[in-house]
Ligand binder design. Structure first.
Ligand code: ZN
Length: 327
């Protein structure tokens, strides 16, 4: 049992060989923004597996990345380093992680057996799903809003990222309901394969480039469905100043946070084309109760919180459409 990859590195290979490495690190509660604590744990699925495999471990078990004490293993993408034999890697729910830790401390000779039925199916063809309202003045200029259609196999993917897809589609409905005719083409994209290889995201950016499509903005909603707090922005300074002014108008309904940071995995490849990128940032306190586990079901999504998110994106898109970045 170790708490970090560094700690495992200190242990002699002979001690690790043939054993199961148990990464039992609790998610750090000190960060207000919970995503900042995610990397400490997800590293076990990449570097953690690599170091364990190099030392001859038989498998790794990793404590789930959640603050909850629950019975859901929280999973995620795994990467094996090239040239290193793949070893079994399993996620263990926090309740069982505590139990295993207790048993190991109480009975140092305790033995653990693992059996898994996981396997990888061959790739198959799938698609991004796209809908748009043609722009009345600039049909060849696009504002993209989207989420991703795929999810982890252990859940419905309601928060990750069914909610983001619904919020994006809702933009089109809201504009039609209000009778607003956008000047630019508003394009909703539900990307495919975000969780594994981001092939939908890469393909979209590739097509945009080859068709010489001009994107004036892209927004992604992929951080769970909760009360929106604001936007994270990855864009030139001139656009960022305009974004700050535009979001100033949204304070009365709780949009108070704008900061330079990442956007989204799916719109990320558009950065190379100079597209100003944004992510909707909801309150993240409960997100890791649902993230990548069987608990991510539709009954956990609050309709009103979801609507607040789509309304916030719609308001921002309306202003970008109206003023471009000259607000
Ligand atoms: Zn996602």
């Amino acid at each position: 049992e170790v708490e970090s990859v560094e700690q495992l590195m200190e242990i002699p290979d002979d001690t690790v060989r043939g054993k199961i490495v148990f990464y039992n690190r609790k998610m750090n509660p000190d960060n207000y923004y919970t995503f900042r604590s995610y990397g400490d744990i997800s590293v076990f699925r990449s570097k953690g597996v690599e170091v364990a495999a190099k030392k001859g471990a038989a498998a790794i078990l990793a404590r789930s990345s959640t603050y909850s004490i629950d019975s859901f293993p929280h999973t995620g993408v795994m990467r094996y380093a090239e040239g290193i034999d793949s070893i079994l890697a399993l996620s263990v729910c926090t309740r069982d992680a505590d139990r295993i830790s207790f048993l190991l401390k109480t009975f140092p000779k305790a033995r653990l057996f693992v059996k898994t039925y996981c396997h990888t199916y061959p790739d198959t063809i799938s698609y991004n799903v796209i809908a748009e309202i043609k722009g009345s003045e600039f049909p060849d200029k696009y504002i993209v809003v989207g989420g991703h259609l795929d999810c982890w196999d252990n859940s419905e993917g309601a928060h990750d990222d069914g909610g983001g897809c619904v919020q994006s589609m809702e933009i089109i409905r809201l504009f039609r309901a209000t009778g607003y005719k956008p000047r630019h083409t508003i394009r909703v994209v539900m990307f495919m394969d975000e969780e594994i290889a981001q092939r939908g995201a890469k393909k979209y950016a590739e097509e945009a480039l080859s068709k010489k499509e001009i994107h004036i903005a892209a927004i992604e909603s992929d951080r769970g469905v909760a009360t929106p707090m604001g936007f994270s922005a990855d864009m030139p300074d001139s656009c960022y100043v305009a974004l700050q002014k535009m979001t100033e108008l949204m304070k009365s309904w709780g949009i108070w946070l704008v900061y330079p940071g990442g956007s989204g995995v799916d719109i990320g490849p558009l950065k190379a084309q100079g597209v100003p990128l944004m992510a909707l940032v909801p309150d993240s306190q409960r997100y890791f109760e649902y993230h990548h586990c069987a608990n991510d079901t539709h009954d956990k999504v609050n309709q009103r919180e979801m609507q607040l998110g789509s309304a916030s994106m719609a308001a921002l898109i309306y202003m970008i459409d109206k003023y471009e970045w000259k607000y």
